[in-house]
Design a protein around this ligand. Structure first.
Ligand code: UDX
Ligand code: UDX
Length: 455
């Protein structure tokens, strides 16, 4: 029986290993992490992350061929293939602060692997990393007088949160980057064998290590660029009375453009888009490609502008002041079906509203605990409320920040009745029926569309 180890039991490592365990019953899959609480949570009925379908997936394999543990040394010793899926946040200090990736956990992990490996290992970069990190990893692993051989592969993960299980099960492609040497080709084959248990062979792409690393940054940059492009057009729509949904549909029907990922919004969030673009920007600057760096940086600038514009529009609509007004923020997660709030546009929007001295109430079905942490600096200026109906009581406005399905099914007549008048809705996700809301009595402000106002 072959053993797979994954270092890092986070949003990427946990679900990915659960899927491998499920699809490859003849492999033993061990997931280790330095965070004891996380490891305990993976072994319980309350997983550390929320993903539709994940609980069942873990249950099916837990303690059969899927194990969670804190024993990193033993894990390394026993493994044939080691995935590294530790976090690589943006550096907050020193050179490249705010742009470059903080690789300290990575390097520490490489040293741990080197210290505990007694037999040859395939080491797989699963975290998104700056291009050429694999090379640095190889240097650390091969330094000194190694008696064992380490073959480093890049195998980026493309799953999106909220659909992790679905994306893993039915991946558009699996990308494996390896060296074109005998040991490199052998390692690539060993990893491809794992995925071939459920991914059709033609969807498994094999490239050089560097192409693979860059492709991950490129995929996220291009996806985020699409959202910033449509969001920039939403600003023109609001000024000209064109409608962004109509524009998106019209351009999306061009098969060359395609219809997906063209929903205008208050902005993109999530742990990856901003971080990976800034990484790309840093890389470009490093190579003196300043125009290329500026081009990609603008995707992030546009996103921040969209968040700020959302708040400006709220203030302008509400007679140029929100001071003292109760504003119910519906949704804090960066997208639906996750409790994750990393880089959520709601964070910046709520901070701006607090600066404007609004009375902010936040509600969210899964993300209230994370919201409390993100907004801790605002202390008791913010109220957290599980029940959206109670959050809306006495509010002057609802601000929809996350496209939770349950928000579409709320009784808006009841919400309207309990609110201060005139009552406003700012739909930052264009996910509600604006005409119906207008008829109930709301003043409705979608993204990239003419407001429906009674005033
Ligand atoms: C992370 C990266 O952020 C992302 O860029 C990459 O593509 C995949 O890995 P994610 O899984 O969302 O994404 O991160 P997170 O949920 O923070 O999980 C990382 C885990 O690694 C944490 O549980 C952390 O405790 C663990 N870790 C970190 C270690 O086990 N050892 C370390 O030295 C550092
Ligand atoms: C993203 C990539 O999609 C995934 O391939 C990669 O592995 C990790 O980063 P994720 O951040 O989990 O995944 O979610 P995604 O669905 O891409 O959404 C990112 C943000 O963009 C969310 O805030 C979402 O609401 C927003 N978005 C998405 C829009 O505003 N409009 C759209 O049309 C699509």
């Amino acid at each position: 029986m072959k053993t797979i180890l994954c270092i890092g039991a986070g949003y990427v490592g946990g679900p990915t290993m659960a899927m491998i365990a499920r699809k490859c019953p003849e492999y033993r899959v061990v997931v280790v992490d330095i965070d004891a609480e996380r490891i305990r949570a993976w072994q319980s009925d309350r997983l550390p992350i929320y993903e539709p379908g994940l609980q069942d997936l873990v249950k099916a394999t837990l303690n059969k061929n899927l194990f969670f543990s804190m024993d990193i040394a033993k894990g390394i010793e026993e493994a044939d293939i080691i995935f590294v899926s530790v976090n690589t946040p943006t550096k907050t200090f020193g050179q490249g602060a705010g742009r470059a990736a903080d690789l300290q956990y990575w390097e520490k992990t490489a040293r741990q692997i080197k210290a505990h490996a007694k037999t040859d290992k395939i080491v797989v970069e699963k975290s998104t990393l700056p291009v050429r990190t694999a090379e640095a990893m190889e240097r650390i692993l091969q330094s000194g007088n190694p008696t064992v051989h380490f073959e480093v592969l890049s195998n980026p993960e493309f799953l999106a949160e909220g659909t992790a299980v679905k994306d893993l099960e039915n991946a558009d492609r699996v990308l494996i980057g390896g060296h074109d040497t005998e040991t490199g080709r052998k390692a690539v084959k060993a990893l491809a064998d794992v995925y071939e248990h459920w991914i059709p062979r033609e969807r498994i792409l094999m490239t050089s290590v560097w192409s693979s690393e860059l492709s991950k940054l490129a995929a996220n940059a291009v996806l985020a660029q699409r959202i910033s492009s449509i969001n920039s057009l939403s600003a023109i729509c609001e000024s000209t009375e064109a409608d962004i949904t109509e524009v998106a549909r019209a351009i999306g029907m061009d098969a060359r453009i395609g219809s997906r990922f063209l929903n205008a919004s208050v902005g993109f969030g999530g742990s990856c888009f901003k971080k990976d673009i800034l990484n790309l920007v840093y890389l470009c600057q490093h190579y003196g490609l300043n125009e290329v760096a500026a081009y990609w940086e603008q995707v992030v600038t546009m996103n921040q502008y969209q968040e700020d514009r959302f708040v400006q529009r709220m203030i302008a609509a509400m007679f140029n002041t929100v001071a003292g007004k109760r504003i119910a923020v519906f949704g804090f997660a960066f997208k639906a079906d996750t409790g994750d709030t990393r880089e959520s546009p709601a964070i910046r929007v709520c901070h701006s509203l607090i600066e404007e001295r609004a009375a902010v109430v936040i509600t969210d079905p899964k993300a209230l605990n994370n919201a409390r942490k993100d907004m801790a600096d605002c202390g008791d200026k913010i109220v957290y409320e599980e029940d959206p109906y109670r959050a809306a009581e006495g509010a002057h406005a609802l601000a929809i920040m996350t496209d939770w399905a349950e928000y579409k099914a709320l009784d808006y007549r009841r919400l309207y009745a309990s609110m201060s008048k005139p009552a406003f809705i700012f739909d930052g996700r264009n996910c509600l029926n604006h005409r119906d809301l207008f008829e109930i009595g709301f003043n409705v402000y979608p993204i990239g569309k003419k407001p429906l106002s009674h005033l």
